[in-house]
Design a protein around this ligand. Structure first.
Ligand code: MV4
Length: 491
C-alpha cells in the first residue's frame, strides 16, 4: 500500500529524519529542505532530494512559506510533513498548502486556528462537557470585572495570553492589589509577542502535573486515544523528561481522562495526530490546550503501544481509515524519554553549540535514540538546542529507569556540554523513582544539590556521570573504558 509517491519534509534535525524513516519504510520518496546553516546536516544526506531554502535565520528558511510551497511543486511532492515547531501549527501554512494542491500532513487549517486560541478552545471544550478551570469565559475587558471574577474563584489566579504559548505573558496573582498590574503586564507582553493583547484569568494550581493524551483521528470520523504521557519535568516550559504511561495513572482516572480527550477530538472534528494537555491536581484534571502536531515525545507512546505514529499520520492524510479501533490498542511496559540538549546544566543551562569531537550513542535492548548529530558534526547556534532524544523501554517503570541509567552511562558526547548529567541525577532521584513529580520538580533542592555534587567532582563531570546509590563509580568506569577505546580508534 503506497500512500504517496513523494513527501517534502518542512523541518530539520532529528524530526526530519524521523519522518523520512517512516517514508522509506512506506516506499515514499523524500524531499529535504535546508538552510545555509544546515548544508552538512544529516537530514539533507538522508533525503532522496534536497533543496536549499534560504539563510540560517528561520524566518528566511524553515518559515519561508512561499519558498517551501515552491520547492514542493518543483520537486513533485504531493504532501508536506511539518514535523514539530516551525510551521507545524501555522494555520495559514496549512491553508496555503490546501489552496496550492499540496496535502498538509496534519489537521485542517480551521482546527489548527481554533486550537491556537486558548479562550476559544477552552470555551469549546467547556461546552462539550470537558472539565476546565474556573475563570473568565472571555478576554478581560475591564479591571472591575476581572476583580469580581478573581474574587469569586479565589486567589491565587493566573493571567494568561489567549494567543499564548510557552508560558509567555503568564502572570500569577496572589491578591487583589496585584491584579491590575499583572493584567497590564500580560497584555503588553502578549501584544508584542503575538500581536494580540487578549488575556484571560483562571484559578491557579500551585504544583500541578502535566498529563497529556495522544489521539489519532482519521478523516472519516473515527478517533482513538493512545494512552497517556506524564510531562511534568520541565524547565522554563521546555520539557526535559517524559514518560508513558503517567506513574499516577489508575484504570479509573484513565477512563475519565481518556473519555475527556476523545470528547475534545470529537468536539473539534479532529483529524490526524494530536495531543490533549491536562493539568492534574488533587485527583482533578482540567483541559489546558490541544497540540495539533506530532510532538517531540511521540516516541514513548510508540514504545508502549507499538504503533508508528508518523506512518499513521501519513495514512490518515492519504484518506485512509484508521486500521484499528480502541479495543485493538493496549499498552505494554513503560517508556521514558530524556531530551539531550547542547546546554550546560552546570552553568544555568546556557546553550553550548559547537563541534562534536567524540560521539558514541547507546544501544541494546529497549533503547531508542533519535538524533541528527554525529562525530564531527558542528551544531549550529541558530536553532533549538535539543540534539538527541534518548528513550528507554522495559516491562516495568523501575526497570525502565535502570535501563535509562545504563543507556546514559554508555552515551558519549564530547565537545559540547549536554543535559546528560542532569538526566543521570533525575534518574537517581528518590522523588523521581517514587513517581513524585510535578511542574516545579527541577526547582527542588535535591536535584540542585546532586548537580552541585557532580560539579565538585570534576572527573565525574568529564564522564558526564556520577551516581547516587554507589553506582557512580562502576558507571563512570565503564564510560571511561569506552572513552579510552574511542581514543585508540582515533589515533
Ligand atoms: C497553569 C498552571 C497552573 N494553573 N494554569 C504553563 C504553560 C501553559 N501551557 C500552561 N502553564 C501553566 N498553566 C493554571 N491555571 C501552571 C502552568 C505551568 C506549567 C504547565 C505545564 C507544564 C509546565 C508548567 C510549568 C509552570 C507552570
Amino acid at each position: 500500500m503506497k500512500f504517496f509517491d513523494k513527501i517534502l519534509i518542512a523541518n530539520r534535525g532529528e524530526i526530519a529524519i524521523r519522518v523520512m524513516r517512516a517514508c522509506r519504510e512506506l516506499d515514499i520518496e523524500t524531499v529535504a529542505i535546508y538552510s545555509s546553516a544546515d548544508t552538512n546536516s544529516l537530514h539533507v544526506k538522508y533525503a532522496d532530494e534536497a533543496f536549499p531554502v534560504g539563510e540560517a535565520h528561520p524566518s528566511k528558511s524553515y518559515l519561508n512559506i512561499e519558498r517551501i510551497i515552491d520547492i514542493a511543486k518543483k520537486s513533485g511532492a504531493e504532501a508536506v510533513h511539518p514535523g514539530y515547531g516551525f510551521l507545524a501549527e501555522n494555520y495559514r501554512f496549512a491553508k496555503i498548502c490546501q489552496d496550492e494542491g499540496v496535502i498538509f500532513i496534519g489537521p485542517r487549517s480551521k482546527t489548527i486556528q481554533a486550537m491556537g486560541s486558548k479562550i476559544d478552545s477552552k470555551k469549546m471544550m467547556k461546552d462539550a462537557g470537558v472539565p476546565v478551570l474556573p475563570g473568565t469565559d472571555d478576554g478581560v475587558r475591564d479591571i472591575e470585572d476581572a476583580k469580581k471574577v478573581a474574587f469569586e474563584i479565589g486567589y491565587p489566579v493566573i493571567v494568561k495570553a489567549s494567543a499564548g504559548g510557552g508560558g509567555i505573558g503568564m502572570q500569577i496573582v496572589n491578591d487583589e492589589p496585584a491584579l491590575e498590574e499583572a493584567i497590564t503586564a500580560s497584555m503588553r507582553i502578549a501584544k508584542s509577542a503575538f500581536g494580540d493583547a487578549t488575556v484571560f484569568i483562571e484559578k491557579y494550581l500551585v504544583k500541578p502535573r502535566h498529563i497529556e493524551f495522544q489521539v489519532l483521528a482519521d478523516e472519516h470520523g473515527h478517533a482513538v486515544h493512545l494512552y497517556d504521557r506524564e510531562c511534568s519535568i520541565q524547565r522554563r516550559h521546555q520539557k526535559l523528561v517524559e514518560e508513558a504511561p503517567s506513574p499516577i495513572m489508575t484504570p479509573e482516572l484513565r477512563e475519565r481522562m481518556s473519555s475527556a480527550a476523545l470528547k475534545v477530538a470529537e468536539a473539534s472534528a479532529y483529524s490526524n495526530a494530536g495531543s490533549v494537555e491536562f493539568l492534574y491536581s488533587n485527583d482533578n484534571f482540567y483541559f489546558m490546550e490541544m497540540n495539533t502536531r506530532l510532538q517531540v515525545e511521540h516516541t514513548i507512546t510508540e514504545f508502549i503501544t507499538g504503533i508508528d505514529l508518523v506512518r499513521q499520520q501519513i495514512a490518515i492524510a492519504a484518506g485512509e481509515s484508521l486500521p484499528f479501533d480502541q479495543s485493538d490498542i493496549s499498552i505494554r511496559g513503560h517508556a521514558i524519554e530524556c531530551r539531550i540538549n547542547a546546554e550546560d546544566p552546570f552553568n544555568n543551562f546556557s546553550a553550548d553549540p559547537g563541534k562534536i569531537s567524540r560521539y558514541r550513542s547507546p544501544g541494546g535492548p529497549g533503547i531508542r535514540v533519535d538524533s541528527g548529530i554525529h562525530m564531527g558534526y558542528m551544531i549550529p547556534p541558530n536553532y533549538d538546542s535539543m540534539i538527541a532524544k534518548l528513550c528507554a523501554w522495559d516491562s516495568t517503570r523501575i526497570e525502565a529507569i535502570k535501563r535509562m541509567r545504563r543507556a546514559i552511562s554508555e552515551y558519549i558526547i564530547l565537545g559540547v556540554q549536554t543535559t546528560l548529567p542532569l538526566h543521570y541525577a533525575i534518574m537517581n532521584s528518590p522523588q523521581f523513582i517514587e513517581g513524585n513529580t510535578h511542574t516545579h520538580f527541577l526547582q527542588e533542592e535535591h536535584i540542585i544539590k546532586t548537580l552541585e555534587r557532580y560539579k565538585r567532582d570534576e572527573e565525574a563531570r568529564m564522564q558526564t556521570l556520577a551516581g547516587s546509590f554507589g553506582q557512580g563509580k562502576k558507571v563512570a568506569a565503564i564510560t571511561a573504558a569506552v572513552n579510552v577505546y574511542l581514543q585508540h580508534q582515533k589515533e
